[in-house]
Ligand binder design. Structure first.
Ligand code: PLP
Length: 396
């Protein structure tokens, strides 16, 4: 049996999404910017897809949604443009990001920091969450931007974006949220979130890879990262990824339709699965369930290297993760567990199981059996577990 429980890394393309995309490879392959019928037959499908995307995030018509190649691009774009518009010009000198943002935010923040911007890396609390009021403590009259994700990719922890958005508004500071892990899992509404910018990526909600977007509130325009064309109003040059945009539109529509199922049925399945995992001795979950996306469990198995566990799971056909999708080849501990202040043993032993609306009960039952066998085998050969004192209490 093969079981895919790495849906925070990427998801299966929904067959209906694939079906809608298919004509745009071999039949309707025109460049939308050309002046002939091959081009014009892409116009209505693109318009329909954009309408679905606007509706999915509750974006008013007067605001912009700019299509990008991925969330990494959207995140880079916001931070770099703010750097050019506010920091380099001397109008402001500071931005705030959480210390557990995706590397596409953290690495970009570090880059602009190297160019002279002051960056605050906002700490998370013992539950792996952000305290909205702490944002207030760090804002100064020189703060240009706050960038805090809607939900964390590792723990599934939901951050209080609405409240952070209000604080930013109060202080006249721009607010960006990376909502990549939120679309299709919790309601996403750019208006109630009080955001100026919001990032999303199709492949995290059963759409294709290589297409994402950035919501931009009216009046908060950014400088383009890519120059050279008139696409997306000149904000993002490059021939449109027609199939990708059509696919993302369909995927967004379906994500909204399936939201209730995710928030009830998938959550129930996740909770029951987690209950069973927690019955295994010396296992720990940090972020409370009610403050997490419905599909994610990040669990530590004391005494077992995450990579060793992944190996055993993979041999049995089960796909999970030890850290950020992009970093799973590095033998590093889980960045969120480190940020929480978990001891090295726990930070190295965290495994992320992320479900989707395609996950079945049978798959979870099979995974439980596989995990139990792996825990037994790996603890038997684990020097750190053998040498640990009896009754290993949580050191978190
Ligand atoms: N932001 C978050 C929270 C993510 O989880 C990811 C992917 O893991 C990204 C951004 C990057 O997404 P993309 O693959 O579209 O660049």
């Amino acid at each position: 049996m093969r079981v895919y429980l790495d849906n925070n890394a990427t998801t299966i393309v929904d067959p209906h999404v694939f079906e809608e995309m298919e004509p745009f490879f071999v039949q309707k392959y025109g460049n939308p910017n050309s002046l002939h019928s091959f081009a014009s037959e892409t116009h209505q499908p693109l318009k329909t897809a954009m309408e679905k995307i606007y509706a999915g995030i509750h974006a008013p018509r007067e605001d912009s949604v700019v299509i990008t190649s991925c969330a990494t691009e959207s995140n880079n774009w916001v931070l770099k443009s703010i750097y050019f518009q506010y920091i380099l010009t001397g109008r402001k000198n500071h931005i705030i990001v959480s210390e557990v943002e995706h590397p596409s935010v953290i690495a970009t923040a570090k880059f602009i920091e190297s160019q002279g911007c002051r960056v605050t890396y906002l700490p998370i609390n013992h539950e792996g969450l952000i305290d909205a009021q702490s944002v207030r403590d760090y804002i100064t009259d020189k703060t240009a931007l706050v960038s805090i994700m809607t939900a964390n990719n590792e723990t599934g922890g939901i951050f209080p974006v609405q409240e952070i958005g209000e604080i930013c508004k109060e202080h006249n500071v721009l607010f960006h949220t990376d909502a990549v892990q939120a679309i299709g899992k919790i309601p996403v509404d750019v208006q109630s979130f009080n955001v100026d910018y919001l990032t999303f990526s199709a492949h995290k909600f059963h759409g294709p890879k290589g297409v994402g977007g950035l919501y931009i509130k009216k009046g908060r325009e950014l400088l383009p990262l890519l120059h050279g064309g008139s696409q997306m109003g000149g904000l993002r040059s490059g021939t449109l990824n027609v199939a990708g945009i059509v696919g993302m539109g369909k995927a967004m529509e379906q994500a909204v339709d399936a939201l209730d199922y995710e928030m009830t049925d998938i959550k129930e399945m996740r909770d029951a699965f987690e209950d069973e995992l927690l019955k295994i001795k010396d296992t720990f979950v940090v972020t409370p369930r009610e403050k997490r996306t419905p599909n994610t469990t990040l669990i530590s198995f004391r005494g077992i290297e995450g990579e060793a566990m992944l190996w055993d799971l993979n041999c049995a056909g089960v796909a999970a993760s030890t850290g950020s999708a992009c970093a799973s080849e590095d033998l590093e501990s889980n960045p969120v567990m480190e940020a929480i202040g978990a001891d090295a043993d726990l930070a190295h032993t965290a495994i992320r199981f992320s479900l989707s609306r395609y996950t079945t009960q049978e798959e979870l039952d099979y995974t439980l059996e596989v995990v139990k066998k792996a825990v037994k085998r790996l603890r038997e050969i684990s020097s750190s577990y053998a040498y640990a004192p009896d009754g290993h209490d949580s050191k978190l």
